[in-house]
Design a protein. Structure first.
Length: 123
């Protein structure tokens, strides 16, 4: 049920059009605003601000089943990733992503990260 006060929680992740099984609550977007603002103190008078760009990344803990091959993930480039909150319903589309890293294998879900090379689209 949709609610004006519900937070965006990813419960569906599609990479290159294929749905991936992820650990519940593990998919996150880091650096979604693509900028950060910091204060530059002045010796006298008002302080100033400085804006810097920050990278955007998508992180998730994937269920490492028989269909996951690390070399296939490592070769992913120029792919679209769609994150969806089915309860909201709301989607975030990242149109140009590249594989960033993969965590340790062998103890359940595996950390996977992708760099997002273009601004996110919120639908």
């Amino acid at each position: 049920m949709s609610n004006d006060y519900s937070n965006f929680k990813v419960d569906s992740l599609k990479v290159g059009g294929v749905g991936w099984a992820i650990e519940d609550g593990s998919a996150t977007i880091e650096g979604a605003a693509r900028v950060t603002t910091s204060v530059v103190p002045s010796s006298d008078g008002p302080d100033f601000t400085k804006r810097s760009r920050v990278p955007t990344s998508i992180n998730a803990r994937i269920q490492f089943g028989p269909g996951i091959v690390p070399s296939d993930l490592a070769g992913m480039s120029g792919i679209q990733i769609v994150l969806q909150d089915k309860a909201a319903p709301r989607r975030c589309v990242a149109n140009n992503c590249v594989f960033a890293s993969m965590g340790r294998i062998g103890d359940g879900p595996v950390d996977v990260s992708f760099h997002v090379l273009e601004p996110l689209q919120w639908l």
